[in-house]
Write a protein that binds this ligand. Structure first.
Ligand SMILES: [Zn+2]
Ligand SMILES: [Zn+2]
Length: 169
């Protein structure tokens, strides 16, 4: 598959069954910049279906996926992350006879699922706070008490909570 420079179509006619759009687009062409913790060795893969909707509208549905490179927030090691959008859905009115640029919407769809924090793996053990050893790779001889933070006593349910519901408002 070739990497397209954009998802731009001159929409003249569309059969009722629509048209499949499958391919790849680079993050550069999506105008998504590399950041400290994100880079894009692979293009975004799209699998979309464009169908006519009513008089002069079209409906775009489908999926997106991309494997991006990350730097782990916890251990600072490189890792990768699969970004997946399963419910692309956009509608374009007065679409026929015009140039239809899907790029901005696809860009938004993928940007919105970028994580705030990324880990190389879910159970990344991070670096030892004392010696800096990567605890995923090996263990160190530091006091193990410093290794794991005690499980936070998360908001324990208020024993009186149930009573509030009994009150008449
Ligand atoms: Zn990590
Ligand atoms: Zn250590």
């Amino acid at each position: 598959m070739d990497v397209k420079s954009g998802l731009i179509f001159q929409l003249v006619d569309l059969r009722p069954e629509g048209v499949c759009l499958r391919g790849q687009i680079s993050f550069a062409d999506l105008d998504i910049q590399e950041e400290d913790r994100f880079s894009y060795p692979n293009p975004l893969e799209y699998d979309l279906l464009l169908t006519p909707l009513g008089q002069n509208s079209v409906l775009l549905r489908g999926t997106l996926q991309a494997r991006i490179a990350i730097i782990c927030d916890r251990c600072n090691c490189p890792g990768e992350l699969l970004l997946q959008v399963d419910d692309v859905c956009h509608q374009y009115k007065d679409a026929f006879g015009k140039v239809l640029d899907l790029t901005p919407d696809i860009r938004e769809d993928i940007l919105i699922i970028f994580p705030q924090h990324c880990l190389c793996r879910e159970d990344c053990r991070g670096l030892c706070l004392q010696c800096g050893e990567n605890l995923n790779v090996s263990s160190c001889t530091c006091d193990s008490a410093a290794e794991d933070l005690p499980a936070a006593a998360e908001s324990q349910s208020d024993p009186w909570q149930g009573l509030d519901k009994l009150k008449l408002s």
